[in-house]
Each structure stands twice: as structure tokens, then as C-alpha cells.
Design a protein around this ligand. Structure first.
Ligand code: AFP
Length: 338
């Protein structure tokens, strides 16, 4: 079969009425920016891009040089295209308006430019996560409040994983599709259409070092997985944990599994570890469109009404059955306490 490039795929999606011209152009621009980030990450030590930038982001986390470079690449690529009203990023406190010299569009773009960047210096996969929203009608200079839309309103979401291959996974709400970067040709080529995540799985991902801080229902759920064949679940489970959410999610998109970043006593005051607007929501959209489930442990992630641009939430996502079991344990424990 003849390879289908991302551009061809986007034209097909336009013809099918799944995207308009503006949104399809926006995705092309984001994909092009991600190719530049792939080049920068691939250079590694010889590109002089590894190590700390010596600055902190809005969350008070140390920024890597590649966090700053990736953020600039995405901002610069998206400023002039005419599809956006503003961008928001993990690396910036407030949304960045589109400079007055460029035309403005009616979309809002949110991104985590380099997720898992603490892994970059040890040559483990990292990635970019993005989400596209519609700019509310009549708003020409969007502020943070205009981005605070529930995940169900996302027009598109995607991630790019910079691993042994550079892979883009994308949804417009009509299935989840994967594209692999052909480095010689310089194009993303459709490698899997309409991905389906198996509903059952024997593989889970969680940072076990936080176990003593978890809530009782999480202790119960993971305790049962660890008990294996002899426990109440009657089967053995295997654990995988990369600590780059993009890489962990990509494994789930490829062979099933579940990923948890639950609430724990250490992070309770912050609301969770992962960011709702540019990590949890886009991943939840991608996972649901592939037949998986995504919750906060208590409710469907995509239905959560955001209260802040950098809001953090607990995240449970992946193969439907396991997400449902873990969520059920939390809901049941809450109602027993009520
Ligand atoms: P960084 O981008 O700072 O490396 O954070 C990555 C991340 O947000 C997510 O990709 C991982 O799942 C999670 O943090 C791992 O965090 P812990 O090591 O604190 O469990």
C-alpha cells in the first residue's frame, strides 16, 4: 500500500468534514515544530542542549535547556500562521497572545513542550503534548479564563514521542491515529489508523515509591495487583514505569495497560501531580478515542470543569476494565465514608 503522509491524511479528514482548513493547517504547523524539537533532542550532548537552563518554570520546577528550546520552537512556529488567538504552555505563567503584526485565528493552543524532560540527560524518551480549543466568540485577546474549558470541548489533541522513532499520535474526535516520522523524507507517515486499546490488561504503570502516601482505595487496588494469581484478582500483573508520561501512554496505545498518577498525601494540597489542561485532558481525549478510559479516580477526566490554567489532577488512564476497577474502589470508599 502507498504510504499516506500527515498532509494527505489531513486533506482526507477535511473532506470527511472532521476538521476545517484552519484546524488542519494548525496541526501541520505543530507537527512541523515537533520535527524541529526531534532534531534538537536527537543531537543530544553534541548539540549542547542537555542540562539545566538555570531557570524555573511557573510550577517552581527546574527547567532543562530543552524545555526552554522546545517552548520557543512551538511559540515561534505558531505565532504567524493565522490560526491562533493565543497559546498557553507549561513553561509560562500566562497565555501568550499572538503578536499584533500577525493575523489572528479562532483557536487556542495549549502544550507541554517537553514532557519527561528530567529523562532527557539519560537518553530516555521524552515528548510534546498538545490540545486545541476554540477561542470563545467575540474574544480577541484571550486570557487564562478563556482557556478554562472542559476536556470534552477539545477540537484536537496529540502527542509526539521522541524515542527510537519520532511518533505523532493524533485525534480530532474521530478515532486515534499514529504517524511515524520518516527522517530521510522529513514527513510523518500514517503508521496506524484507528488504534484500539484492549479493554483487559495485565500491565500497570505507577510510581511505586509513593505507595506509603497513597489513599486507602489505591493501596487496596495496587495491593491486589501485586498479590497476583494468589490474590483476589486471580492473575499475575506486570509493572512498567518510564516516568515520561508520553512514553508510558504510548506503550498503552500500542499494547494496552494502565497508567496511574493518583492523589497522595505529599501532593494532596496541589490537587495532584499532572497538569489538567496540557497533560491530562489531551491524553484522556486520545485514550477515549482509542476505546480506553480516563478518570481522576472519581470522575471522567474530560468532564472536569477547569479552575486554573496550571491546575493539577490525579490521572487514571488506559485499558477500560482496569481504570473502571480502580475508579470503582475510590467511589465506593467515598460513599462508605459519606
Ligand atoms: P518532567 O517533565 O518534569 O520530567 O515530569 C514528567 C512527569 O510530569 C510525567 O511525565 C511523569 O509521569 C511524572 O512527571 C513522573 O513524576 P515523578 O518522578 O515525580 O513520579
Amino acid at each position: 500500500m502507498k504510504p499516506i503522509s500527515l498532509i494527505q491524511f489531513l486533506i482526507e479528514e477535511r473532506r470527511a468534514g472532521h476538521v476545517n482548513a484552519e484546524l488542519s493547517l494548525l496541526i501541520e504547523v505543530v507537527a512541523r515544530a515537533c520535527k524541529r524539537i526531534a532534531v534538537a533532542t536527537n543531537k543530544g550532548a553534541i548539540g549542547g542542549v542537555l542540562g539545566e537552563a538555570g531557570t524555573g518554570n511557573i510550577q517552581g520546577e527546574a527547567q532543562k535547556k530543552l524545555d526552554v528550546i522546545s517552548n520557543e520552537i512551538l511559540l515561534e512556529a505558531n505565532a504567524w500562521g493565522g490560526q491562533l488567538a493565543a497559546c498557553a504552555s507549561e513553561e509560562m505563567e500566562d497565555p501568550q497572545p499572538i503578536p499584533d503584526m500577525y493575523p489572528k485565528g479562532n483557536h487556542l493552543l495549549l502544550f507541554d513542550p517537553l514532557d519527561g524532560s528530567s529523562n532527557i540527560d539519560v537518553n530516555i524518551s521524552v515528548g510534546t503534548i498538545f490540545s486545541v480549543l476554540r477561542c470563545p466568540d467575540g474574544i480577541t485577546n484571550p486570557k487564562a479564563e478563556h482557556f478554562l474549558q472542559a476536556g470534552t470541548t477539545q477540537l484536537a489533541a496529540g502527542y509526539v514521542v521522541y524515542g527510537p522513532a519520532t511518533v505523532l499520535v493524533l485525534t480530532f474526535g474521530h478515532g486515534t491515529h499514529e504517524f511515524t516520522l520518516d527522517r530521510e523524507v522529513g514527513s510523518f507517515i500514517l503508521s496506524r489508523r484507528d488504534i484500539r486499546i484492549p479493554e483487559e490488561t495485565g500491565e500497570f504503570a505507577i510510581n511505586m515509591s509513593n505507595q506509603r502516601h497513597w489513599e486507602a482505595p489505591m493501596q487496596r487496588y495496587v495491593g491486589e495487583l501485586l498479590a497476583g494469581k494468589d490474590g483476589p484478582r486471580g492473575r499475575d500483573f506486570n509493572m512498567r514505569w518510564v516516568a515520561s508520561m508520553v512514553a508510558d501512554v504510548h506503550r498503552i496505545i500500542t499494547r494496552g495497560g494502565v497508567f496511574f498518577y493518583p492523589l497522595d498525601a505529599k501532593i494532596r494540597a496541589k490537587g495532584g501531580k499532572l497538569r489538567l489542561m496540557y497533560e491530562a485532558n489531551p491524553m484522556a481525549f486520545i485514550i477515549e478515542q482509542a476505546g480506553g478510559a480516563a478518570t481522576t479516580g472519581r470522575q471522567r477526566l474530560l468532564e472536569l470543569q477547569p479552575t486554573g490554567l496550571h491546575q493539577r489532577v490525579p490521572v487514571f488512564l488506559g485499558s477500560k476494565h482496569e481504570v473502571e476497577v480502580a475508579t470503582h474502589y475510590h467511589v465506593e470508599a467515598d460513599s462508605a465514608q459519606a
